[in-house]
Design a protein. Structure first.
Length: 360
């Protein structure tokens, strides 16, 4: 089952006793400097890392996790206190081989999907979710570690490029059903001179998040799937039914809104738009996503005039500033149009009709 053709990278001064155990190819980097690691990673299957201090080790592991070609590599340490930053502490070669084999089985199907690779290249949140997805087989989760007066998530610290907002992102992931509580407890922490009891949790990736990764769905756009969402097939059936009812009785009119994202968008901006749309839609309005960039909204009993009002409200949703620090709105990152059911005529094949009007 196992192959001795594995290549393990040794970063730092890894003891000779461990080197002697490794019945495989070894690539040694005793004095690896920042931003040099990825230049030598062709064919590396795992990493064993040691460092003089915690800060140096965190820098090295963060560098590995920041690169699209290396962020899923199994990383081992040799010191107990650093295990929270890596996959596992190295114990023996057999365990290392088993870990590599099982992990490769999880992430190799993802490597051929260019969409996932592009997404991981630009977004640390997606890299972390994908990492957790490939480690679920090892029962690895997003664990909290408690210090004297606070708590933190070392794995987020390793992946995060936004050090001051990682906990906000954690709350957002939980509310979007991408992660769920695995264990929870309460701890007293010192805040403004007094002790305050707070809930702290370990998290694990949800089945929904796994589905998005397995089916090649973009993380940023998937936030829309929590807003009155129905699957496309149901959406098409609903449109055909509604159109047929309108053909019999004109009081069954409805409107559609199409949102198609432009190429140059940012994850935070997409999230801003999703939250804005959620605040605008009624409970009776339904939404589906027919592709990675195409969102459709069904507005029942909505006249042409009222659909234009909804359209304008969506277009004017305020979005996070762009790289030029300019105020922008939803209409700057997406093409947004409305359609009135009477203008569309009788819909016998909703899927085909959606494709036709998508290009109008």
């Amino acid at each position: 089952m196992f192959s001795n053709d594995y290549t393990v990278a040794l970063i730092g001064e890894v003891p000779e006793s461990i080197r002697q155990q490794l019945d495989c190819q070894i690539a040694s980097f005793p004095n690896m400097q920042e931003n040099e690691i990825h230049l030598s990673y062709n064919g590396i299957d795992a990493v064993i890392v040691t460092a003089d201090d915690e800060k140096s080790l965190v820098r090295i592991v963060s560098d590995i996790r920041s690169n699209v070609d290396t962020y899923l590599l199994p990383v081992f340490c040799i010191d107990n206190e650093y295990e929270k930053y890596v996959d596992k502490k190295y114990t023996d070669f057999k365990s290392l081989k088993e870990y590599i084999s099982l992990t490769k089985h999880e992430f190799m199907p993802l490597e051929s999907q260019e969409h996932l690779k592009t997404r991981a290249q630009r977004e640390w949140r997606f890299r972390l979710l994908t990492y957790l997805f490939t480690r679920k087989i090892h029962n690895q989760s997003l664990n909290v570690f408690i210090d004297k007066e606070t708590f933190r998530y070392p794995l987020i610290e390793i992946f995060s490029e936004e050090k001051n907002h990682s906990l906000d992102w954690l709350t957002e992931l939980e509310s979007s059903n991408f992660i769920e509580v695995k264990n929870q407890s309460y701890k007293e922490v010192l805040k403004e001179g007094s002790l305050e009891e707070i809930k702290i949790c370990d998290y694990q990736i949800t089945d929904q998040a796994e589905h998005f990764i397995r089916t090649n769905v973009d993380y940023a756009l998937s936030v829309f799937d929590n807003i009155n969402y129905v699957i496309p097939d149901f959406f098409y059936t609903l449109l055909e039914w509604n159109s047929n009812m309108q053909y019999r009785n004109k009081e069954f009119y409805f409107s559609l809104i199409h949102i198609t994202f432009l190429k140059d968008w940012d994850v935070k901006q997409i999230d801003d738009l999703a939250k804005g749309v959620k605040n605008i839609l009624r409970k009776t309005d339904l939404l589906t996503r027919v592709s990675e960039k195409d969102i459709w909204i069904w507005l029942p009993n909505t006249s042409k005039e009222n659909s234009i009002i909804v359209l304008d409200r969506i277009k004017n949703i305020k979005i996070s500033k762009n790289i030029y620090d300019e105020d922008i709105h939803a209409s700057d990152i997406a093409k947004i149009k409305s359609f009135f059911s009477i203008d569309l005529g009788k819909i016998d094949n909703a899927e085909q009709k959606i494709k036709e009007i998508s290009f109008n």
